[in-house]
Design a protein. Structure first.
Length: 209
C-alpha cells in the first residue's frame, strides 16, 4: 500500500507501493497524523501520482471538497490514465456538503468500476441505525429510512427493506391458515384406521401348513 496527501502540494509517503507490516502501518499512521489539510485541493495531481505506480491495482480517494481543476477534465484525464489498466477508484466524501463535489466523486467511482461512500455526521442516519440495532422494527409502523447516498449503505438499506417485505408477507401467509384448521386436519388423520395388508389370511395359512 501507499499514501498520498494532497492540498496545496502533493506528497507521497513512499516512492512505490510497500508491503504491509506492523512497522509500516505504524509509520503510515504517524505520517498521516502530521498532515495539515489546508489550501487547495489538487485532486488531479494526486491521481496522476497514484497512477504513475505500475503496481497500483486500486485507489481510495478520500476528500472533503471538489478539485481545483474542472471535474470534467479530471474525469477525462483519469479515463486516459486508466486506459487498459482497469484500476478501480473508490471515492469517499468526508464531511462534504458540496453537491457538485459529491456528484463528481460518484461519477469517478462509477467510471472506474469503484464504489462511492459519503461519510458525514448525519444525525438521522445515526438515530435510525441505533433504533434498528436496539429495537428492530414494528409491523404496524412504516419503515422510514434516511436517504443514503453512498453505494454500500444504499444497497444495505435496499436489502433491509426487501427483508422486511418478505417477513411481512410470510406472516400474512401464516395468518391465512389458522391453528385450529391445522389441528382439525391432524385429528382427522389420527382417527383413520390403518390399511390391512393384502392376502394376510392366505399368508397365515401357508405358514401353518
Amino acid at each position: 500500500f501507499n499514501l498520498i496527501r494532497f492540498a496545496s502540494e502533493v506528497v507521497s509517503w513512499k516512492p512505490h507501493i510497500t508491503s504491509t507490516s506492523d512497522d509500516s502501518c505504524q509509520n503510515a499512521v504517524e505520517w498521516v497524523s502530521d498532515f495539515d489539510a489546508n489550501g487547495s485541493t489538487s485532486t488531479l495531481s494526486a491521481l496522476q501520482l497514484a497512477f504513475d505506480d505500475p503496481e497500483v491495482q486500486g485507489i481510495y480517494l478520500l476528500t472533503d471538497g471538489k478539485p481545483d481543476n474542472s471535474t470534467t477534465m479530471v474525469l477525462r484525464e483519469v479515463a486516459k490514465l486508466n486506459s487498459g489498466r482497469n484500476v478501480r477508484v473508490h471515492c469517499i466524501s468526508f464531511n462534504c456538503d458540496d453537491s457538485v463535489a459529491n456528484k463528481f466523486l460518484q461519477l469517478l467511482a462509477s467510471q472506474t468500476g469503484g464504489r462511492y461512500h459519503r461519510c458525514q455526521g448525519d444525525p438521522d442516519g445515526h438515530v435510525f441505525t441505533h433504533r434498528l440495532l436496539t429495537e428492530g422494527f414494528r409491523e404496524d409502523e412504516p419503515l422510514s429510512m434516511p436517504v443514503f447516498e453512498g453505494d454500500d449503505l444504499r444497497r444495505l438499506a435496499s436489502e433491509i427493506a426487501l427483508c422486511r417485505k418478505f417477513l411481512l408477507q410470510s406472516r400474512s401467509y401464516r395468518a391465512m391458515f389458522p391453528e385450529n384448521t391445522k389441528q382439525g386436519k391432524s385429528d382427522k388423520l389420527n382417527g383413520q384406521s390403518l390399511p390391512q395388508p393384502r392376502n394376510s389370511r392366505s399368508q397365515v395359512e401357508v405358514a401353518t401348513r
